[in-house]
Every structure is written in C-alpha cells, then in structure tokens.
Design a binder for this molecule. Structure first.
Ligand code: NOJ
Length: 755
C-alpha cells in the first residue's frame, strides 16, 4: 500500500475562493443537473476532443470533424483542447451551450506550459530561479493571457521528477528534487488558479503526469517505468501531494506503465491514493489517447475493455481516444461499469465547471477587447523578462571574464543561436508567434560603446527550426567556420551562443548524446584555438554534457530557452546589469554513462575508496562519480561565505521534533548579489536507508558587499521523516547531519540527535 498515514494526506481539497456555503450550493447544482442527464449525456461530459478544424468556417459535411460537430450538438462532448482565440472558443462554446439539449458549457483545455503568447522561460529554467514568488507570477501571467484567449484550463504544471537528462521532457518540469519540486508545484497551482477560480483571469490547473513518467527507462519517452515504493512515495509523489494540497482542480494521468500497470488504468494510483487517501475531488483527464494505448501496453485487449479498465480505475475524462463515447454507455448497460462510477466522474467534471463560473457565463473568457488588451502587453513582457533574468545560472567564471566591460571592447558574437528569434521560445509554445523572441544579437547591440561583430559559424539545424529531428541537425556543414574564426581572432572577447534549438527538447525528444549538437563542439574548439577569452552561453532544454567546455572555457552561462525576452535577459547578465543568482535544479552529468545522476543518492556499502589501485568500490573505472555541475550549483558576480551553523534543539523528540538551524552568510565580494541559501539533511541510520543529502529548506537573500545576514531554518515532523516501504510516514530517533551552503556539493555542516 502506498501513501497511507502521511503527515499531509488529510487534504480537504478546498475550492479556491469558494466558501463552504458556495461549495454546498455547487454540490446541489451538480446533483440537480446530473439528475436531468441521460446516460449518453453523462458519458459526453467525459469525452474530450481536439479541435483541429476551422471552427468559424463552414461546418464540414462528413468525416471526423463533422462527427465532432454532431457530438457537440448532442451534448456528447464535455471538453475540447487546442481550440484557442476568442472567436474560435466562442464558436465552439455556442454550439455546446445554445444547440445541445442541456446547454452544458465546455471546459477548454490547452497546454499553457510556460506562457501563452508572451513566453516565459521553460519550466526547468524557471525552476533554476528557486524563486517561488517569481514562478507564481509567471503562471499568473500565463493564466492572464490564456484566459483572455478563451482558455480556462491549462495542462500544467508538469511536475514529474526526473533524474535523466536524456528524457526530453525534463524541460517541462522542476528537475530532480522532490522538495523543490513540491514548492514549485504549489507556486504554479497558485499562479494559475489564483485566489478565486471563478474570476475571468484565472484558470484551472492540471497536475501531470500521474505518475512516474519522469522515470521512463533509459530516458526514452513513453517507456516502461519500474520503481519501488520508496522512490514512488519519497521522490515521485511529493509534488503531486503538494499540488493536491494547494487545491489543484485537475490531474492528468500518464502514458507510462508503472510496475506493470499502465497509469491510465491504475486503480491504486487514481482511486486509492489520489481520490482516496489524498481526498482529491477534482477530475482526472487521460493523456492523449492513453486509454487506447493500454492495448499496446498489452494490458487490455480491445477498446471496450480499455474504456472499462480506465473508468473503473478512476480516469474521468478521455482525451482523444474516442473510447468512452464509443463504449461507456453499453458498458453500463452490460453491467461492467456501474452507473455510479460514471456519476462520480461527471460530478467531478461539472464541479470544476461550476467553480470556474462557466454556468453563470459560458463566454466569460471570450471578450474581444480583453483579448486585444491583455495578450502580449508591455507589462507581461516586463514580467517574463524579470523571470528570464532570474532563471540564468552562472556555471563558471574564471579570471572574472564576466561581466563584460561596457566600453572599448571588440566583441565577437558567434553561433546560429545568437541570432535566432525562434529557439528561445522553447518547446511547448503553440500559441507563440514564430521568430518573436529577442535574440542575443539584437539585445547586445544596445550596448553600443563596444564594437560587436556577429558571425554564425555554423547552423545547428539544416533549414528547420520547427519540430526538428536529429536527422536535420547539421553534422557536416562547416563552411562558415572560417568567418567565425577570423572574427574571433581579432576580438577582445568572444561570446558563443551554442546548444539545442527550441524543439530539440520536449515531448518525444529523448536523446542518447547530450553534447553540443551537430558541429558546434568542433566550432567551439576551433574558435578556442585562436582566442581563449570565450564566454559560452548555453541554450538548452536539459542538462548537457559539456565536459570539454568546462575544462577549457573560462566563463559559462546557462541560459536555457528563456522565452520572448531571452536576448535582453542574457545581455543584461553578460554586462553585469543583472547579477545572476540561479542555481541548477538538475545535476549536469560529465557524460551520458553517468545517467541517472542526482545529488540525493544512497550511500551504498562501498561508497568511497581514495586509493586508485583498489577496484572493488562503487565507481566507474573511466569517469568520476561526481557530476560536472551539482544540483544547487550556481555562481554570482560576487562571492558568499558561510559560517557558524548553529543547531538549536527546541524539541528533540522524534514524536514532535522542532530543530532550528541558523547560519551566517557574508557577501565577501565587491558587488551586491543574491544567494539561494540551501539546507540539506542526512538521516544517518534508518530502518529504510536514506539519501546522503536531502534538501529541506532554502531561502533567497540579498546582500550588499561586506554585509552579513543570519538565515534561520526550521526542521520539523514534515521534513524529518520519510515513507517506508509500506507507505507509512516515519520519523526515527537517531543521528542527523545538517548541511548549509550555496550548492549541494559545497556546504558546511553540523549535527543533532532525535530521541
Ligand atoms: C500529450 C502530453 O503528454 C501532455 O502533457 C499534453 O498535455 C497532451 N499531449 C495534450 O497536448
């Protein structure tokens, strides 16, 4: 059994902004509407279609689109996805509301993953800010724009923990750590849903993908997941628990099977844990076609049994499998699915529609003036710029090469990505207009007291910047190397923007090689031969293996895919107008062979053997155990010293522990800066072994040069325990170590005992 007796599973899924009286009213309304519905209409609410046809054109006469129109009119569609823009949403809503028998409004879903049209950084990048206020704000802006375009439900946040940079979808998540991941889940849910879900600028969030998707074997998307109860409870679940606690209104299940049972048909996950233990009262949508995919998994033999299995397991809405609409009514009539299972699903869906206020005004998100005014506003661009700056991580800065001098310098800017206005928009940017990001080249031109010369050096992709496949990556054309080398030769400093184009990460973008794609590594090495003053700016959606660059290149800036304002954010950091403070949310491996690599690993029985001649210990014979850059790593233009960790045992009983930890941090450099102070613990001996370090607190502080601040943390029954293999939350007496620092691999330590 998973997830029972947890410290936090007594969740009353309170509806944001909804008083108990209002919720009672909603429940009454849901019941009375349900009593009017035919079985077919109920099943209709559980059916979600993709909107691919031109909704405002003439109605197609036959084919799939015609069928969808017909189903809308019959009240057999509860939701649509990928219909966007006031005109289109109005058109489809009008059919549901004005032409179907009961006029139940549609809930309109869309992948608002990191912005709608004004793009903020990809979620992995935002996670590097460790700034919950900023992340919440970014989700607010996304909700603001999406809701102005008719959308009232986002398929976000994606909160799958992953330790595998091969998996392209790490760009959508919060990285490898469950504690940070849980905080980010909470911030995003609050950002999307706001204080009042019925307001017209907030939208329902969707915690996805439940569960285990980030542990796809070998980092290959959609692949099998086989993990133990400890990993599931302690690593995978925390962000989902946090999202539930924050009142997230929907969940999405996942494509993967988990320990032999596809998540979509997994009763333990959906009915027992989520709807049972965690008392989640919103609804669960399947992932795209995942009900049908259970046939491929070898779990159900046909569409009818797939529908039966999914609905009985707790999947409330079918995204694009067509299997609920096709089979559920007959399954009820045959007695294979109880009507109360259908009623429960429909109740959940209607509840969320009522909470959104769709029954009061189905067109509340369909205001043309608001659409014009809100989407792409100056304020939204300012907000995503702020988020972009906070997301940048300074990985390395030798010889104080950064920040760049603002005058009298000859600067060579090299790399196709430096002049790319599309890539920075990242993956998952369906509503963004192509080529609308500010490029690094554009932004650097504003620092006009230097001379700036741009040379592409080489294309990353041959012709395409859209959904590029590996076969389109430029692995041969080096014809423009020479120009770049010449420019570099005569410059004081070279800024090279290299990495992945926007669509090289994301769904179905798993990779087995994580170096700089195509000929970029060779370009870097060739340029280095003529000028070693290189600042490498990385654009990427996942950790890359940049071991050569780390060894040779003096300054490295992790700039991810930073969204619409990318170039400005990067230029401001390069020139020191913004002092970077980002910290990695995911370890950077030295090579692919080290994957999965993560900071919160277990110790093993043979952890360390400094003598190189001794073979039999847990290590590789050709590579170090440590990552290239650790979780939590990130530099600043100033430096910080950590001193005096003091542990105060307010209550050292393992029944109700309260341990205060304080630490002094001083800005020991000569400019003001922000630091993300991180607190880790290690439970030294436990009935189920614990990781060598676990993040349990963090705080961002700003310090002027020479200034010292004391940061206080508290450890208690929510942070000092763990789930055992039966899903029981345990806090055990014994020795603990506590570490504080600016990175998981750079900490000072103290200890305490629990009795
Ligand atoms: C499949 C993806 O896995 C999911 O995250 C997304 O929300 C749906 N497609 C809808 O686009």
């Amino acid at each position: 059994m998973f997830g029972c007796n947890t410290p936090d599973n007594n969740v009353k899924s309170s509806i944001l902004g909804t008083s108990p009286l209002m919720s009672q009213n909603i429940e009454k309304k849901v019941d009375s509407l349900l009593s009017l519905m035919t079985l077919e209409e109920k099943v209709g609410q559980m059916n979600q279609y993709n909107g691919f046809w031109d909704l405002t054109g003439p109605t197609p006469k036959d084919g799939a689109a015609a069928k969808k129109y017909e189903h809308l009119r019959k009240g057999w569609v509860g939701s649509m996805l990928n219909v966007r823009g006031v005109k289109n949403v109005r058109a489809v809503q009008k059919i549901a509301v004005e032409e179907s028998r009961l006029g139940i409004p549609l809930i309109i879903g869309f992948d608002v993953i990191h912005g709608y049209k004004t793009m903020s950084p990809i979620p992995l990048a935002e996670s590097a800010s460790w700034d919950m206020e900023a992340i919440q704000k970014s989700s607010e802006i996304a909700a603001l724009e999406a809701s102005a375009a008719g959308i009232n439900w986002t398929f976000a946040p994606m909160i799958d923990i992953s330790r595998d940079a091969r998996w392209g979808r790490v760009m959508e998540g919060a990285g490898e750590d469950p504690f940070l991941g849980a905080k980010i889940a909470e911030a995003r849910v609050k950002g999307f849903q706001g204080e009042d879900l019925s307001a017209s600028h907030t939208i329902a969030a969707c915690a996805k993908h439940f569960a285990g998707y980030g542990f796809s074997e070998a980092g290959k998307d959609y692949n099998t997941v086989d993990i133990g109860t400890s990993t599931l409870n302690n690593i995978v679940f925390p962000p989902f628990r946090a999202a539930t606690k924050s009142g997230v209104r929907t969940f999405m299940n996942s494509f993967n099977e988990l320990n032999g049972i596809p998540a979509t048909g997994n009763k333990m996950l959906q009915r027992d844990i989520l709807k049972g233990d965690w008392q989640f009262n919103g609804f669960i949508v399947s992932d795209w076609g995942s009900i049908k995919e259970m046939i491929n998994h070898g779990y159900t033999k046909d569409g009818s049994s797939a529908a039966e299995t999914a609905v009985n397991a707790g999947s409330d809405m079918d995204m694009e499998s067509y299997l609920y609409i096709k089979n559920l009514s007959s399954l009820v009539k045959e007695g294979k699915v109880e009507e109360q299972v259908i009623d429960d699903a429909v109740r959940r869906i209607l509840r969320v529609k009522y909470e959104l206020g769709l029954f009061d005004d189905p067109y509340k998100y369909c205001n043309y003036d608001r659409e014009k005014e809100v989407i792409g506003s100056k304020a939204n661009h300012e907000a995503v710029l702020d988020m972009a700056k906070k997301s940048i991580v300074l990985l390395k800065n030798n010889r104080k090469l950064l920040p760049l001098k603002k005058e009298g310098q000859k600067i060579a800017l090299i790399g196709a990505l430096a002049n790319d206005k599309n890539s920075p928009l990242g993956s998952w940017r369906i509503a963004a207009d192509d080529n609308t990001a500010v490029s690094v080249f554009e932004a650097m031109q504003q620092y006009d007291k230097n001379s700036l010369v741009y040379a592409k050096g080489a294309d990353v992709s041959l012709g395409e910047t859209g959904f590029v496949t590996e076969t389109k990556i430029n692995t041969t054309d080096k014809s423009e190397f020479k120009e770049a080398i010449d420019v570099a030769k005569s410059s004081d400093v070279v800024v090279m923007v290299l990495g992945e184009i926007g669509f090289q990460s994301g769904e179905a973008r798993s990779r087995t090689e994580l170096g700089l794609p195509g000929v970029q590594q060779e370009l870097l090495e060739e340029v280095y031969k003529v000028n070693q003053n290189i600042v490498l700016v990385l654009n990427n959606g996942r950790p890359l293996t940049i071991t050569w660059a780390d060894k040779h290149i003096p300054a490295i800036v992790e700039a991810w895919h930073l969204g619409s304002q990318s170039g400005h954010a990067i230029a401001q950091v390069l020139y020191g107008d913004y002092n970077p403070s980002g910290k990695l949310p995911m370890s950077f491996p030295r090579n692919v062979g080290q994957i999965p690599i993560y900071y919160n690993y277990k110790n093993t029985g043979r952890p360390v053997e400094p003598n190189p001649d001794i073979v039999f210990w847990s290590h590789y014979s050709d590579q170090k155990n440590t990552p290239l850059y650790a979780f939590g790593h990130g530099l600043s233009y100033t430096s910080f010293t950590y001193e005096n960790v003091i542990v105060n045992k307010v209550n050292s009983s393992s029944y109700s522990p309260e341990i205060k930890v304080s630490v002094e941090i001083t800005n020991s450099g000569d400019v003001a800066g922000k630091e993300v102070v991180q607190l880790y613990i290690r439970d030294l001996f436990a009935s189920v072994t614990r990781p060598v370090k676990e993040l349990k607190g963090f705080e961002i502080i700003s310090l002027k040069p020479g200034e010292t601040k004391t940061v206080n943390f508290e450890l208690n029954s929510e942070t000092l325990g763990f789930y055992d293999n039966n899903g029981e939350w345990l806090i055990e007496s014994g020795e603990f170590e506590v570490f504080v620092g600016g990175s998981s691999d750079n900490t000072i330590k103290s200890n305490f005992d629990l009795e």
